[in-house]
Design a protein around this ligand. Sequence first.
Ligand code: SF4
Length: 713
Amino acid sequence: MSIMTLDLRERVVKTVCSICYSSCGVLAHIRDGRVIKIEGDPDHPWSKGALCPKGLSGIELLYHPDRLNYPMKRAGERGEGKWKRISWGEALDTISFRLNDIKEKYGPEAICLATGAGLYSNYGTMGYFAYLLGTPNMMTSGYVCFNPAGTAAWATIGYPAALFAQEMVNEDIFDSKCILLWASNPKNTHPYPVGEGILPQKKKGTKLIVVDPRPTEFAKKADLWLRIRPATDDALVLGMLHVVINEGLYDEKFVNDYTSGFEELKIHIQQYPPSRMSEITWISETDIVSAARMFALARPSCIVQRVPIDQSCNAVQTSRAIFIMNAICGNLDKKGGNLLPRVGDVPTENAVRAQMEKLPREVLEKRIGAREMPIISGPDGPGKMVHPTFWVRAVLTGSPYPIKAQITGANNQILRDQNSRSAIEALKKLEFSATMDLFMTPTSELSDIVLPAVSWLERDGLRGHPGYPYLIPIQHRALDPLYEQWDDNQFFIELARRMEMDIPWQSLEEYTDFRLKGRGVTLKELEGINFITLPKEYERHTKGQFEFKTPSKKVELYSTLLEKFGFNPLPRPVAPPETTPEFPFILMGGKKSLEYVHTAGRQIKLLRKRYPEPTLEINPEVAVEKDIRDGDWVWVETLYFRERERVKFKAKLVDGFPKQVVAVEHGWWFPEKEDPEHGSLDSNVNLVIPNDIYDPIFGSTNLRSIPCRVYKE
Ligand code: SF4
């Protein structure tokens, strides 16, 4: 434990919150064996003493009466909600026996490992366990979360590294001359240092451009707010590129020295003049031109791009176009621009997970979806994961072979997957399923074994952005687990040992120390320290310290990698679905609040008090026309599930909201409802979003532009 002693009865542990990637510094005060107070650590370089409501509710989470405390096995029909407490020994024996049995009967590939974003720490050991088991099937939420942008980076610079090159997460933002927030509201999603740093920076003269249909605080205060039609970001950026290239606003030296395909791009871009892109995007030609000039001329500029771009049918090409604009404007690896990737000396969770790719090629070629979606699921693409739509098909139809068992960690899949009913059907059909989480969820209710996970105040280890090596947050447990909760890494290590697999770590501590080996320290030696920073270097490509990993060793504006896979080497726009008279609104389905990360946190009173119910944002004039008042419950029905499914939200009338658009949060369920569904079909927007309309390159489902209708309950 990392301890500072205040007096004889109270001690303070320096740790970090790991509810989201910000990994804010925390001082946890412990007295008489209880955490009595948590506060922000003023010495933390990013959060500087601040904590958001999620972090501040850590004590409530720790002592929450509904937490899972012991392993349990199903004592009734699947989904009936009847459970019996068992020991960890019995849980491990049962899981081990069932996995071995299924492996013998159907082959190891019949077992899938599934994770979400919840605990931020199981990627590495889960992937390593998959390798030892011999299955190539690991399913993540990556298809709608940063990995499409990462794929754009892979196609352009050879690294699947969106976190560096397209999402500014660090203090370099304070050196930017122009910040372009693209589909991003970091006040809610990444408050420290980016979300809280932008407006003070603007006061110092930094320009702010916001691309967002919604009137966020940043949008209203921006130098230029581009109120875009949802899911037409591809057209906008192509229009901006038209200006940047035709007016010669790009960094000529960078283009000449470090890119390939500029001439092809220049010819290609002539099809997308701002006048034409204006008709598609609802943004005036003047604003498109102004935005392009502002961004290109104020160097260094940076882009803070978030997941709405990853949630459309043209996700990868949209990110590609944004990446290209950023690159040719000379912002890559500049202080105040967006960083190029760097392999740090502490392997990330993803780096440990990459062990899975050491399976024989013929096994990797068997990954579910590898044939149809080679970039996300094939052995040569950057994704290396199973897409949920193909997982559902494999479970329900046995094509190309059946998935029979699943180990799930930190993934409330029923809420995560589009067409939620198909996920429910598939989860019910599995022969065996074990789920690890902090609470009983609608997804774990469909398991055979449920395993209790530790909360962040009971956790040791390394946190932070999966690919950002310059700041490594160090987590030290404030307390030992209260009951029999385990760290999910510990679970995979113990399960591997129980199955007599050759896992290189005997304990969680060994695993963490293995990751720290390159730093020459152990976790114990880092007591009292909750972050390590590494010195940053800039413009490494100009000093021979960084090599682009594309076939041409250049920034490929014309992507030969995409071409090799049969996709357009230059980005083109794809029109989003049209509304109809019956379904006149565009539904944006992934709105986020400061209070919740995806499906987590709805049990926490402090958060529910701040944000009690799911909301639907709508323009007040439109609402009046439909006799909808602020606070009314309304139904949402989409073109794709007409008269079959509908979900309800509380109307929130928002001045300045676009009249053609409504926006709702994802991830809503109601833990307080005691039946095993826990309200997971009431306000779960994924119930009315199809899972078979997606980006052909990476399978990103369209969550942001769904024709819908809205009516009062
Ligand atoms: S911003 Fe993220 S890491 Fe920081 S306190 Fe909130 S949830 Fe925790």
